[in-house]
Design a protein around this ligand. Sequence first.
Ligand SMILES: CSCCC(=O)C(=O)COP(=O)(O)O
Ligand SMILES: [Zn+2]
Length: 216
Amino acid sequence: MDNPVLDRRSGPLEQAAHDIVRAGQRMDARAWVPATAGNISCRLPDGRIAITRSGCHKGFLREQDVITVDGAGRPHDPGHRPSAETLLHCQVYRRMPDVGAVLHGHSVASTVLSMIEKTNALTLRDYEVQKVFDGQTTHDAAITVPLFANDQDIARLAGEVEPYFGAMPAGYIIRGHGVYVWGRDMDQALARLEGLEFLLACLLQRRTLEGRTLGA
Ligand SMILES: CSCCC(=O)C(=O)COP(=O)(O)O
Ligand SMILES: [Zn+2]
């Protein structure tokens, strides 16, 4: 490719932009990306990362809101401002070579549960939907979703997440902020996000009901 900034004729970038716009619409429809929250990326075959610009509403993305960065999160066009959380996406691609798409959302369930949970993880067990995650073949297992303290210094936050790669079958959650989920392609990443959000909604509802029962 002559100019990686300008060349949108290439199939993979067009396809990635299309997939990212569609994923944003889906996440918005499910109320997982309020206001301008969330960010979405795909790995391109040449190693570039296609990612949302910072500050866009994910339900109203246009294909030109998808830009490219290198593996260190630097935009190919210095005039482009990629997502403020680009380094977290780059980290997933660096640590997991089979991953092709990364999604970040800010659902009510991930936000509330991560703020009330006293331990450093949410534990999911006995749910059939757990089988949507890597290596899970039965409901009869415990899946832990690590919780990390929120931090406006994204490089420092990435440093906290770094040791957990290899032990995050369902992704991770930043407290009071939201989830990070990935998959081999956009469809798998979306399915996993949907599975995780379903499980978090169940957990929140159970805790609410149990709280009411205990308080009654
Ligand atoms: C209004 S949400 C605050 C920023 C954030 O957490 C987020 O996910 C969106 O940031 P971006 O730079 O990707 O637009
Ligand atoms: Zn965020």
